[in-house]
Design a binder for this molecule. Structure first.
Ligand code: GP9
Ligand code: MN
Length: 618
């Protein structure tokens, strides 16, 4: 029987075999998956089969050329999925999700580096298709329908394969499907194609969550956030009461460049000096995901976690939000955003309205000339200068967010704007990055003197925050060279998610600067700033805590489920000691925080997917 099956269905078997090999090849050569054990390697090797077998098995229901055609098309479609993921991965070190496909602007960056992303492997991936097509032309498909008994047996084997794969994966990583926020872990365990099915199902479930949500859904969440609230420090509460807030979002700026030099010259001389006169948070983590800058805006404004896939700015634009801007308004603040890009880009015009932001100064409000522009448009120096002169006309007190752009991928600026040498490493991107960060730093210095001239400095609270990483894991080798490390471990990757967060209150922090080394993240910005302004956040639904509060647990969760405390870093299934980077002897030490991390991410997702804030009265 077995013999006849292979003899009759040799084309199907060959198609399965080729697809299996190709998928495994891409796993090994197209992605950089961290494999820690032999069992993980076995799971990785076997998991393509639990998808390919049932899919290609449909061919058993077809006769003759129809079967051949079906198998060729299925092979082609899966190959396209493999190639697209490899290209996307090469750029974002991530896998494609459904919302990202509908977010064309997110892919904008990739265009400029398509050449770099082409992989000769892609040609090899198409070779089997040519062979199979030739075989299909020269050998006709089975003339008879396959016996139903054979089909049943085939599917019994496929189902067995699927369950075996799932059981092994769950054994390796308990609660895999319900609590995995890390796409790499999912792909490694259940497989790439299965991940796409999983993603499609979870997107559908998310959409239906809104229809079934009611007021009661919010009460468990309110109980959690109320219990988690931390009281402000009496000495800090209201310290900047009534002041204007100037919040500067630093594009792609990571902390690893602070206090570093290239050929004897500091990369961020202005910021290095400013931290000595400010509240400086040196263990502050970015928590964005696929929505990049827009995610950072979302986190700061809402103190909620962003979506695991796609950008909230696109996927949840119909939701009701109870933002920091709305609280500020109740305290007579006028809120605005300055950003020299088109207002519709990233759906900002729609989102800002629903956030309750009073005014959006988009690119049309600025004078932009070729000599003052670079890749992404108006250079930061001109952008900040023109913005500063608009401030005096705003109603006071104001809260304004300035989103910089020059330090954006691909990190290119005119030679005359290069104030330091490029770095010398194996990555051109990192080499250029230090020069654009240096430029940005100069633009900030210029901004502060302009604010002083415009009379907008003394009575303000000035905040600088990095939005997300600029140098991805694709450049780990060069990052290792920069940091003087042989290799970048998953622990280092988490540490690299630190971004600057600096609060400068003229007349206050220059007298008594402070460095806060407790762990925190973007989610904590909202309560921290509001409390400094003397605005209580006790009743707010928020997952962040005031970074100055004495009863706060130092803690930050990244959107992929990795988390950091003052003592530990948990990532990629390993609990590390925060101070040394060594794995903890007792891996269970991270556990209690892991539960908190999962709970926060899940509750925050519930709010977004169920649009629960429409039931909340502020
Ligand atoms: C562009 C700004 C930067 O308007 O959002 O883009 P991002 O950093 O999100 O790619
Ligand atoms: Mn950005």
């Amino acid at each position: 029987m077995k013999g006849t099956f292979f003899k009759n269905q040799w084309f199907l078997c060959l198609s399965v075999l080729f697809m299996w090999i190709k998928t495994y090849l891409i796993y090994k050569l197209g992605f950089d998956l961290q494999i820690d054990s032999f069992l993980q390697e076995i799971i990785l090797l076997m998991n393509p089969l639990s998808f390919i077998l049932p899919l290609f098995g449909i061919g058993l229901l077809l006769k003759g050329n129809k079967q051949r055609l079906f198998l060729l098309i299925a092979n082609l479609v899966l190959t396209i999925i493999l190639i697209s993921n490899t290209i996307f991965y090469g750029f974002y070190i991530d896998f494609i999700t459904i919302p990202v496909l509908f977010q064309a602007s997110n892919m904008g960056d990739m265009g400029s580096s398509v050449k770099e992303l082409f992989n000769p492997l892609f040609i090899a991936l198409l070779l089997d298709l040519a062979v199979l097509a030739w075989l299909a032309r020269t050998h006709k498909g089975p003339a008879e329908k396959t016996a139903s008994g054979t089909i049943k047996k085939y599917y019994a084997v496929s189902a067995g394969m699927f369950l075996f794969n799932l059981a092994l994966a769950e054994a390796e990583q308990p609660k895999l499907l319900t609590h995995s926020f890390d796409r790499e872990v999912l792909v490694k365990s259940i497989g790439l194609f299965q991940f796409h099915v999983y993603d499609t199902i979870s997107q559908t479930v998310n959409v239906s969550a809104k229809a079934f949500a009611d007021e009661d859904s919010l009460s468990t969440i309110e109980n959690y956030t109320k219990a988690d609230y931390s009281k402000p420090d009496k000495n800090k509460f209201g310290l900047a009461k009534g002041r204007n807030v100037i919040f500067v979002t630093l594009e792609s700026t990571q902390s690893f460049v602070l206090h570093e030099k290239v050929n004897g010259k500091e990369i961020t001389p202005f910021l290095n000096n400013l931290v000595k006169k400010s509240y400086n948070f040196d263990h502050f983590y970015q928590q964005t995901e696929q929505g990049k800058t827009s995610d950072s805006e979302f986190i700061v404004g809402n103190s909620l976690y962003p979506s695991l896939s796609g950008a909230v700015f696109f996927t949840k634009s119909d939701n009701t939000f109870q933002t920091m801007y709305k609280s500020l308004k109740q305290h007579h603040y006028y809120t605005s955003v300055f950003h020299a890009n088109h207002k519709r880009f990233w759906n900002r015009d729609v989102m800002y309205k629903s956030f309750g932001i009073d005014r959006f100064f988009d690119v049309d409000e600025f004078t932009v000339a070729p000599e003052t522009s670079t890749n992404w448009g108006l250079k930061d120096k001109e952008f900040l200068e023109q913005s500063a002169s608009k401030l005096k006309n705003l109603p006071q007190p104001y809260y304004s967010n300035f989103i910089t752009l020059t330090n954006h991928f691909p990190f290119e600026i005119d030679d005359k704007d290069k104030l330091i040498d490029e770095y010398d490493s194996s990555s051109d991107l990192l080499n250029r990055y230090v020069t654009t960060v240096r430029y940005e730093d100069e633009a900030l210095k210029h901004f502060i003197s302009k604010l002083k001239k415009e009379g907008q400095y003394e009575n303000s609270m000035i905040v600088f925050m990095g939005d997300h990483y600029g140098i991805s894991e694709a450049h780990n080798k060069a990052l290792g060279e920069f940091l003087g490390k042989d290799e970048i471990t998953p622990y280092d990757t988490v540490q690299l998610q630190r971004v600057p967060f600096i609060i400068h209150i003229p007349g206050v922090t220059d007298q008594q600067p402070e460095t806060v080394s407790d762990v925190g993240g973007q989610i904590d910005v909202r309560p921290t700033l509001l409390h400094l302004l003397g605005i209580e956040t006790k009743g707010d639904i928020q997952f962040g805590n005031d970074l100055f509060s004495n009863d706060r647990t130092p803690f930050a969760v990244l959107r992929n489920g990795s988390f950091i405390t003052n003592d530990y870093i948990y990532t990629k299934n390993t609990c590390y000691r925060q101070k040394t980077g060594e794995p903890a002897e007792n891996q269970n030490e991270c556990k209690p925080f892991g539960e908190k991390a999962n709970q926060e991410l899940s509750l925050s997702d519930k709010i977004l997917n169920g649009d629960l804030l429409r039931f909340y009265e502020q």
